[in-house]
Ligand binder design. Structure first.
Ligand SMILES: *[C@@H]1O[C@H](CO)[C@@H](O)[C@H](O)[C@H]1NC(C)=O
Ligand SMILES: *[C@@H]1O[C@H](CO)[C@@H](O)[C@H](O)[C@H]1NC(C)=O
Ligand SMILES: *[C@@H]1O[C@H](CO)[C@@H](O)[C@H](O)[C@H]1NC(C)=O
Ligand SMILES: *[C@@H]1O[C@H](CO)[C@@H](O)[C@H](O)[C@H]1NC(C)=O
Ligand SMILES: *[C@@H]1O[C@H](CO)[C@@H](O)[C@H](O)[C@H]1NC(C)=O
Ligand SMILES: *[C@@H]1O[C@H](CO)[C@@H](O)[C@H](O)[C@H]1NC(C)=O
Length: 324
């Protein structure tokens, strides 16, 4: 009697002291895929059990093997000397498998892991491929439908990642999320929308192409603007030049009239002003006996030489050649 009680006590203390390890403690898998957990201990127990959300689904009896309730739940022996180990596999994972997965060995603590069952939905960029004119402002909208949990979304424009402002609605336990990208059409680009949840190794994506056409209208406008600017500048120059020319001519004429008037009033050439002797017209020169050719008498030129000559020789016969 005492020996039996001692044996039972020893079994319990030894069992309790058995170290049990469950891995991984957190698993995220896609619905329909497989979930795997390892449970190991240093001592060989007589029984190992696996339960999902409190429901016993697999029992492993060292003496006789694996007992499973359906073929969705199974176990694989990975025992090596000194390491008693079994892998528990849930095939075709369902949404209601999400929650607690527990492993217990005879005399050991119950180990609990958390299983998250996620959903891969679809990804679509609304409107597909686009053709825009250079400089246009435009929006791309990415729609992720039927995801769980709420997915992460991002954009990749020509391979450069851009964050996105996601907004989501739920339908049952699934999320419809969308995010908008605002771009200015500069060059032909590939626009990719990436959507992911932790259970996915590589994000789901959708790619469209933005084809950018040169803004011919703007080019023409620039050309016209340049032409007009040049024309206006040329016209202005001509007008200003014309005005200046006219003003000069008018002033000269006015001066001439003034001189004429003075001369007429004084009766004699004004000594104080060389211009007092204005053009007298085309005369033949008879003083020197030259008969051929004629000269224009002029003292229009306001030259000191003219003045000196004028005072030296008097106002009488003096001539200058002016090439008109
Ligand atoms: C369980 O252990 C075995 C052998 O060590 C290994 O091949 C397998 O990948 C492990 N499974 C998990 C889910 O860690
Ligand atoms: C598990 O594998 C170990 C080592 O190969 C073996 O000794 C043991 O009997 C196996 N257990 C079952 C239930 O098949
Ligand atoms: C237990 O799983 C195995 C495959 O792992 C399967 O062949 C067997 O039918 C399952 N047993 C039950 C009772 O579903
Ligand atoms: C968008 O353009 C690419 C390459 O030009 C083409 O392969 C793809 O089928 C197009 N997609 C749609 C939705 O038209
Ligand atoms: C996202 O939205 C918030 C509020 O609507 C705004 O303040 C923020 O600038 C947005 N970020 C981007 C990158 O568009
Ligand atoms: C999610 O998107 C699908 C497909 O576009 C649509 O049928 C459904 O009504 C949407 N759900 C919600 C809550 O908007």
């Amino acid at each position: 009697m005492d020996i039996f009680r001692l044996g039972l006590f020893l079994l319990i203390t030894m069992g309790v002291s058995a170290e049990v390890q469950l891995q991984p403690l957190n698993a995220a898998v896609l619905r329909g895929s497989k979930a795997r957990f390892n449970c190991s201990t240093t001592l060989t127990p007589s029984v190992m059990t696996w339960s999902v959300n409190g429901l016993l689904v697999v029992t492993i009896i060292e003496a006789s093997g694996v007992l499973n309730i359906t073929d969705r739940f199974s176990a694989t022996n990975f025992t090596t000397p000194g390491n008693y180990k079994w892998e528990f596999i849930i095939s075709n994972v369902q949404r209601n498998d999400a929650g607690e997965v527990a492993c217990q060995v005879m005399g050991g603590e119950r180990q609990i892991a958390t299983l998250s069952v996620q959903e891969r939905g679809s990804v679509e960029i609304v409107g597909g491929n686009q053709t825009k004119t250079e400089g246009d402002q435009m929006e791309f909208q990415c729609r992720a439908v039927g995801w769980f949990p709420e997915p992460s979304m991002s954009w990749s424009v020509n391979g450069v990642e851009t964050s996105c402002n996601r907004s989501s609605v739920t339908q049952g336990s699934l999320f419809n999320s969308s995010c908008t990208l605002t771009v200015t059409a500069i060059k032909t680009s590939s626009v990719q929308c990436l959507v992911t949840v932790p259970a996915l190794n590589t994000p789901e994506s959708n790619t469209v192409f933005l084809t950018v056409n040169k803004n011919t209208k703007r080019d023409q406008t620039v050309l016209i603007a340049v032409t007009v600017a040049f024309s206006v500048a040329a016209l202005l120059f001509l007008i200003i030049y014309g005005i200046v020319f006219l003003c000069r001519r008018r002033r000269t004429k006015k001066l001439s009239y003034l001189e004429e008037f003075r001369r007429a009033r004084d009766g004699t050439p004004a000594t104080q002003n060389v211009r007092g002797r204005d053009n007298q017209g085309y005369n033949t020169d008879e003083h020197d006996g030259h008969t051929n050719g004629g000269v224009w008498f002029t003292n229009f030129s306001n030259n000191n030489q003219v003045l000196d000559d004028f005072f030296e020789d008097g106002p009488m016969k003096h001539r200058h050649m002016t090439i008109v």
